[in-house]
Design a protein around this ligand. Structure first.
Ligand code: NAG
Ligand code: NAG
Ligand code: NAG
Ligand code: NAG
Length: 824
């Protein structure tokens, strides 16, 4: 602490001396605001509460507040949120939250961005309002004590320098004046006179209540800590030993790697990399110690950035490394792409390198590698993937087109190497071609890159017309498009009409039956959702409308082979995130099967046919909520009823095969939902098939996002464990060992999965778009690649143990909250 030397009675404290995390208290929300109708049900006037302060306790939804620190238009911390709280009469949190930044690291233009959120529906949170507070005053003093922040309705707080949601609005009322005085009083700037102060406070309270009642504005009240001394902003002196060119007083906030190359380092690099003597490196062999160092670098996950020393080492031994297929992506990371000599040397090495695996090829198609020679090399390596594998990666490869540098202004018929490759394979295999077409169609809607995808789609069609059956193939895609357009307009019309659901179902069936619609019978057509299946009609009496606010249609297609294919058609919902999750589950299923582990997963098909509509395969099953309601709270009794087995070999009267499927599928989804950070789990989006397969649906929240507080890491509910016979049963032990096997196998393919996520960073997918740069890390953290296999199993064991202990009565207080999660 420093004291102002000249002023005897004035002391202050500098922020740079405070090595504490910033804390603040979110107090309350005051003011009027119409409450949103719960779950977006048709508007019911009794639910529309004109004033928060008077609303009925039971109808208060669970608002929460997020707070994030910004400076220079950049977020400096992640958003932190208030814990879960139930509200009775007023929106009062009174919760201290810790912002993960220390006082000493606060820049002078720090702003706290607060947003109040409401959970509008299980899949969606909406902002009630936002407000942005300048942490320091004009005089560089940190604000302290109670702050009244004007809440801009219906928007998220804007953390930008010229924020659109400033916490102070110019308009002054009586309350503002009084609040200012109270604050002065609190900080001892007014003479105190207790009896008079008390009278005044009572009066102020009255005025406050009156003002609040008639005000249409909302205010968020927060409290900043009151230090004994004024807290004055001061710059931190950063030690910058490696970068002597920086002025010592410069405050480095941004990632230092963002700055352009340091000339001293560049010089050093050129010296170390000694271009002219390059040929001497050719026969260089590492000694045992260096070999170990290199092996450690080669084992790094794709997200890890390399240090200058590591880069120089890789460069030095580049000729030696060409025999190791795992080394190429690491080597290419050490190339300085602005240095033409170096680029030429690197590109010349490519043909001599050992053939790389597909997962590495996918990394080279990501945003980090722009050089066409490198991308062309990666595409060449991809050619060895068979059609089934390619289908698994196609969603990401279509995203990778974004990094190809395709120029939409010139139309010289030239294709990028990836475009050419995808088109060639799409033409060779109609199933691949079907998905390629639909992925492109959705991307064409993109506001910024739609044009580029339009160009690729055009090139695809042009190439298709050059093969002999081209016009037939094109006609199929055209008819699919018409079918979807037809269904979309029916779905929209039914959704917007005011009839009852039963009336709508009647009308849906009438429309399908009407020969004019062309839906009750048509020439065989590959189903867009699953092009291996040829359909020829929609069966009217097996089509219906689901009970849900978005009114999705259930359509049962008649297949050419006599089977039926039920699907759900949804409008008003962006299915791209679900599509991605299902694709990753399909991939993981394949990886597990390759290791002879069939966990009886149900990767049903999902296809976004537009940015707000799409098809979902419908699997006959029941939600756990329904099963529990109908079967005396027991999943076992449901399985028993569907698969009775009276033999001694049965498990609790259930046939062993069904119990096996149940246990394996529980384990599979437990691991996968953990890895993907699937949130918002409840008994309505966990389904159970009569054959014992359990599966998850609705992936509106992933990568750790969850509308409910305290999500447990493992999405295992009590009833799931009970159906295995409880924690001490041998089935539960088997369940756990399947979990460990699955986790271990998937960890071995972590790089493939991470590279696929890396290709999605620019995809318009909700939970990726929130923090695109962190999407890959969020998945990577789950793999715990820092642990050995043994440690990883131990870690996973503890996770399951903790999550499950929380569900049963002997529970510990700390994990009690995880048990709460499953309550509705
Ligand atoms: C890629 O590298 C090659 C080196 O042979 C160079 O000729 C080419 O200009 C580079 N392309 C880009 C886009 O940097
Ligand atoms: C992303 O998708 C949403 C709808 O899901 C749309 O409103 C938005 O414009 C899209 N963004 C771009 C860049 O196309
Ligand atoms: C339902 O369960 C309870 C206790 O778990 C049991 O007493 C009751 O007999 C069961 N009812 C049926 C119909 O199985
Ligand atoms: C799991 O938790 C229980 C207590 O809930 C404990 O007794 C047991 O040792 C734990 N097992 C492991 C493997 O951590």
């Amino acid at each position: 602490m420093e004291y102002g030397a000249q002023f005897k009675d004035f002391s202050y404290c500098l922020t740079k001396d405070i090595d504490l995390l910033l804390v603040l208290r979110v107090s309350s929300l005051e003011g009027a605001k119409e409450q949103r109708p719960i779950n977006e049900v048709p508007i019911d006037p009794s639910l529309l509460l004109s004033e928060l302060n008077l609303s009925l306790p039971s109808q208060r939804s669970d608002l929460y507040v997020t707070c994030q620190l910004f400076a220079d238009n950049k977020p400096l911390t992640v958003a932190v949120r208030t814990p879960y709280k139930q509200f009775k009469n007023r929106w009062v949190w009174n919760e201290w939250i810790t912002v993960p930044i220390k006082y000493k690291d606060l820049p002078a233009n720090s702003q706290l961005a607060f947003t109040v959120w409401d959970i509008a529906s299980p899949r969606k949170t909406v902002p009630i309002g936002g407000t942005t507070l300048q942490l320091f005053t004009k005089n560089n003093a940190m604000r302290k004590g109670r702050q009244k922040l004007y809440l801009w309705p219906d928007v998220e707080a804007d953390g930008g320098i010229y924020t659109t949601t400033p916490s102070k609005i110019p308009e002054r009322d009586e309350m503002d004046r009084l609040e200012k005085l109270v604050k002065k009083h609190e900080s001892g700037d007014l003479p105190r006179l207790d009896w008079l102060d008390n009278l005044a406070f009572r009066e102020i309270e009255k005025i406050h209540n009156k003002e609040t009642a008639k005000s249409t504005k909302m205010f968020l009240y927060i409290d900043l800590p009151k230090f004994d001394f004024p807290l004055i902003y001061s710059e931190q002196e950063y030690p910058l030993p490696n970068t002597p060119l920086h002025e010592p007083s410069l405050v480095v906030i941004a990632d230092p790697e963002m700055s352009s190359e340091n000339p001293v380092e560049a010089k050093h690099r050129r010296l170390v990399r000694s271009h002219r003597n390059g040929p001497l490196d050719r026969d260089l062999k590492p000694n045992a110690k260096i070999r170990d160092d290199l092996n450690i670098i080669l084992k790094y996950p794709p997200t890890q950035s390399l240090t200058t020393e590591e880069k120089d080492l890789l460069w030095k031994f580049r000729f030696y490394l060409t025999r190791d297929k795992k080394a190429l992506t690491k080597f290419l990371k050490c190339v300085v792409w602005t240095d033409a000599t170096e680029v030429k040397q690197a590109v010349d090495l490519l043909p001599t390198w050992a053939d790389i695996d597909v997962d590495d090829a996918l990394e080279l198609l990501g945003p980090g590698f722009e050089n066409h020679s490198v991308r062309g090399y990666a595409v060449n390596q991809l050619k060895k993937a068979d059609d089934d594998d390619l289908l698994l990666y196609l969603l990401q490869l279509v995203q990778a087109l974004k990094f190809e540098g395709i120029d939409t202004r010139r139309n010289n018929g030239q294709m990028s190497s990836l475009t050419e490759f995808l088109i060639e394979r799409a033409i060779r295999n109609p199933v691949l071609g079907n998905n390629f077409h639909w992925y492109l169609m959705v991307e064409c809607e993109d506001k910024t890159l739609g044009k580029m995808y339009g160009k690729v789609a055009f090139q695809y069609m042009s190439a298709m017309m050059e093969i002999s059956s081209g016009h037939v193939r094109r006609d199929v895609l055209r008819r699919q498009g018409e079918l979807m357009k037809n269904i979309l307009s029916i779905a929209k019309e039914l959704r917007d009409s005011k009839e009852t659901r039963l009336k709508k179902i009647e009308r849906l069936r009438a429309i399908i039956s009407d020969p004019k619609s062309g839906l009750s019978s048509f020439p065989p057509l590959p189903l867009p959702l699953d092009a291996k299946v040829q359909v020829t009609a929609i069966i009217p009496e097996k089509s219906t409308i689901f009970k849900s606010s978005l009114m999705p249609l259930k359509l049962t297609f008649q297949c050419v082979d006599g089977t039926e294919y039920p699907v759900m058609f949804k409008t008003g919902d962006d299915l791209r995130q679900d599509q991605l999750v299902i694709q990753i589950i399909t991939l993981m299923d394949k990886l597990l099967r390759k290791e002879n582990l069939d966990l009886k997963l149900t990767p049903y098909k999902v296809l976004a046919t537009g940015s707000d509509h799409g098809l979902i395969q419908h699997i006959p099953s029941k939600s756990l909520a329904a099963v529990l309601a109908e079967h005396n709270n027991s999943l076992l009794s449901f399985l028993r009823e569907n698969n009775p087995d009276n033999r001694a070999s049965s498990y609790y009267g259930v046939s062993p095969a069904v119990m096996d499927a149940y246990i394996k599928s529980c384990a599979g989804y437990c691991v996968i939902t953990y890895l993907l950070g699937v949130g918002d789990r409840h008994l309505d989006n966990l389904l159970l098939s009569p054959n014992g397969r359990l599966f998850h649906i609705d992936f509106g929240f992933i990568l750790g996002r969850d509308p409910k507080p305290f999500p447990p890491p493992m999405k295992l509910c009590k009833e799931m464990v009970e159906a295995m016979g409880g924690q001490s049963s041998p089935h539960y032990q088997r369940f756990k060992s399947y979990c460990y096997s699955a986790f271990t196998i998937l960890r071995k393919s972590a790089n493939l999965i991470l590279n696929l996520f890396a290709l999605m960073v620019n995809a318009n997918i909700t939970d990726i778009a929130i923090e695109p740069d962190k999407a890959v890390t969020k998945v990577q953290e789950k793999f715990r690649l820092d642990l050995t296999e043994e440690e990883a199993i131990q870690y996973f064991q503890n996770l399951i143990n903790d999550s499950v202990s929380a569900l049963f009565p002997q529970l510990m207080e700390t994990v009690h909250k995880w048990a709460q999660y499953w309550r509705k």
